[in-house]
Design a protein around this ligand. Sequence first.
Ligand SMILES: [Zn+2]
Ligand SMILES: [Zn+2]
Length: 48
Amino acid sequence: MKCTSCNKDISQDGIGFKCPQCKKRLTRCNNCRSLIVKYKCECGFEGP
Ligand SMILES: [Zn+2]
Ligand SMILES: [Zn+2]
């Protein structure tokens, strides 16, 4: 499992969520989540 924003391995301290657009499962590390780093899904959706 890797962070969608920074590509860091987050097998332990990440959260999973779904892309609002394509419902693909995305994951983000706690660091990026607390910093509200943007993510970009492979479908092109960008979110906070
Ligand atoms: Zn991250
Ligand atoms: Zn998507």
